[in-house]
Ligand binder design. Sequence first.
Ligand code: 8YV
Length: 318
Amino acid sequence: MKPEVLQLSPILIPEINAKLHDLYTVRPYYQQSDKAAYIREHGANIRGVVTGGHTGITQALMAQLPALEVVAVNGVGTDAVDLAYARDRGIHVTATIGALTEDVADLAIGLLIAACRGLCTSDRYVRSGQWPQSPSPLAPLPLARQFSGMRIGIVGLGRVGRAVATRAAAFGCPVSYTDLHPMTDVPYAFVSDLTELARQSDALVLAAAADKAEGIVNAQVLEALGEHGYLVNVARGRLVNEADLVAALTAGSIAGAGLDVFVDEPNVPASLFELDSVVLQPHRASATVQTRTRMGEMVLASLADTFAGKTPTGCVRS
Ligand code: 8YV
């Protein structure tokens, strides 16, 4: 009998999906309209869960899966899984550590360039057909802000933060960072206080885990970033006080933002839709064929190792 696996979010690579269905009896929880009834029917037999970094799994759902052995997160963030509860029950929690670092860092730089160079606004302008009617080649678009040489402040110098730093340095950008403690193996300046880092930066890039850092980017930090400063978030929406961010962008008290993540995804504050200073993405930083394939392979390996009685690689501890 194949082990039963509860799927909480879709896998977008057909080959990975095919392997998953080949090896296991997959229960697609995310497609069910009556989820409670589905769990009553299948919960007792579920031995593995596949979920996304943002989706995670609630403690209440884990509690209804008495045979659960592994939660394989198809992502790097495990902030949406109760790790302490999983540990107490002996459930492995795995993440696709290292698989998506490059993509997320690429998108952080892409979002910053898109925001400060006005790429999306310019694209909309060309598509609107207004260009041939313009009195001068650039009007009515404002001149953009140069990216090369911008002072970049990175919040969280983990794998993604470091990959952002490497890229920024290649553009001639001085890099500073904040984290729980300074790191001795990097050439970047450590600034212990986030508000001070914002004051010293032209752009803040958020790359921190969200577990213990809710709402750290608030009105005070945004005020320090200032009217020429940009915010990029490729981590988790709740690192930011979103109401404060919307207020700062609406008032023009920061210059712009590039956002891949939001507090209440997929709901995005509607007032952001009006603002040309903001570039918005639907949580897509790791969504390339190459990375999602690698992530899917790691999820399959986690399930296979667990069901073979081994400790899977990529285990996350509380
Ligand atoms: C993914 C993420 O979009 O890695 C994470 O923690 O949030 C993202 O990379 C998500 O996990 C896909 O399911």
